[in-house]
Design a protein around this ligand. Structure first.
Ligand code: SF4
Length: 399
């Protein structure tokens, strides 16, 4: 998303993307710092790139560059650093032009059948394990009219699915009109065309009655899919993390969504091995996730992020974190298989993504992968019936 937007801005200034960092005159690296592994990967990439192409200029931005510039400069001493705030203007700055910020707008999505549009940036919560609030504390939202214009352009360019993204999508707020996410979705879902919208991820507490009413009224224009960060399945750990909800509230939201959107896909992020998570907390979490019958999990192994409250806590032994991650990943497999099996014989709408070895791969509205015998035109929306289900994906026939 951000990278796609930067790519388009460089292209508008007359530059084209190189095939590999070794061939580039300029390498722009958008770093991530969500886990220790992400830090290591970014630093290793910078070292490799600086060594393989010493003549290239290197510009580094993103969370790691914002929070730990020294780490970047140790890996790539000649790099020019840009904070998250400066990111959007990197092309203009490096090319010596002036360009107003357009909130990472895009007109396409390089090599993908789906388009990703950023509408919100920043978070003002202080979850104990998270450094997003340190790296992106300023809250910003894309103006309503700009978001509407961007979706129109993407749909006109042939994108039949647009994913709305934000650090905390649920607090979208257009400064000029005062529109909330409900207002934005009311406008976007009333646009003409054969397309659908999806949320990347949204806090369960931010699914307000007003927003749910708009999403329900949108019908097939809104995907039956929610990714609701859970992070822990015991109240004691949720409280220690400083999350907005307890398990009862989270479960009530899951039930409300299932009532409003029958068959909806509900997925969650969960952290394995938070420092204060006891064996009992973890067992409770497994039970809670099963009880919610979520459609799938995105499992993160806890890693301490410098500057966060959790970093000051005594970490659990690595083998405990690894064992809990493995147990949650196994549970994820079970959940995905059960959810795919629940689709057997049902009709659904899919977006054809790509063809591989004579088969088409597609994505259902509820985020289940669907395969077809025979190719389909990538980027098209199709009605189909599920004829078989296997580990987390389905086979289907076009109707
Ligand atoms: S709500 Fe999300 S982005 Fe904000 S501090 Fe918590 S985990 Fe980080």
């Amino acid at each position: 998303m951000e990278t796609e937007s930067l790519r388009e801005k460089f292209a508008a200034l007359g530059h084209s993307a190189a095939d590999a960092p070794e061939d580039a005159d300029l390498v722009v690296v958008n770093t991530c710092s969500v886990t220790e592994k992400a830090d290591r990967d970014c630093v290793a990439f910078l070292r490799r790139t600086a060594a393989a192409n010493p003549k290239a200029a290197i510009a580094v931005t993103g969370c790691l560059a914002t929070l730990e510039p020294a780490k970047i400069l140790a890996a790539a001493p000649g790099a020019t650093l840009f904070t998250n705030k400066e990111k959007e203007n990197i092309p203009a700055q490096l090319c010596g032009t002036a360009a107003p910020g357009d909130f990472f707008s895009v007109t396409r999505s390089h090599g993908k059948a789906r388009a990703f549009m950023i509408v919100q940036d920043g978070c003002n919560l202080k979850c104990a394990y998270c450094l997003v609030n340190l790296a992106r504390s300023e809250l910003r939202s894309k103006p309503l009219e700009a978001a509407v214009a961007e979706v129109k352009k993407l749909v006109a360019a042939g994108f039949a699915e647009v994913v709305l993204c934000g650090t905390r999508l649920g607090i979208y707020n257009c400064k000029r009109t005062g529109a909330t996410l409900a207002g934005l979705m009311a406008r976007l879902t009333s646009l003409e065309g054969n397309f659908r919208l999806r949320f990347s991820s949204i806090e369960s507490e931010e699914l307000t009655p007003e927003l749910l009413k708009v999403l329900k009224a949108a019908g097939p224009k809104f995907c039956g899919y929610f990714h609701l960060p859970l992070q822990a399945g015991s109240d004691r750990v949720l409280n220690a993390m400083g999350r907005l909800y307890d398990t009862a509230r989270y479960k009530a939201k899951v039930e409300e969504l299932r009532h409003i959107f029958p068959g909806v896909g509900i997925y969650a992020d969960i952290i394995a091995g938070y420092p204060t998570e006891t064996e009992e907390d973890f067992e409770r979490a497994l039970e809670f996730v099963r009880d919610c019958a979520l459609s799938g999990l995105h499992v993160f192994s806890f890693s301490a992020r410098p500057g966060t409250r959790a970093a000051a806590l005594r970490a659990l032994p690595q083998r405990t974190v690894a064992a809990r991650s493995a147990a949650l990943r196994a549970l994820d497999g079970e959940l995905r298989a059960a959810y795919a099996a629940s689709m057997l014989g049902k009709e659904t709408t899919v977006l054809a993504l790509k063809n591989k070895e004579g088969r088409a791969l597609a994505l259902a509205s509820n985020f289940v992968n669907v395969e077809f015998c025979g190719p389909l035109k990538p980027g098209t929306l199709l009605r189909c019936r599920v004829t078989a289900a296997r580990a987390g994906s389905c086979l289907a026939e076009v109707l």
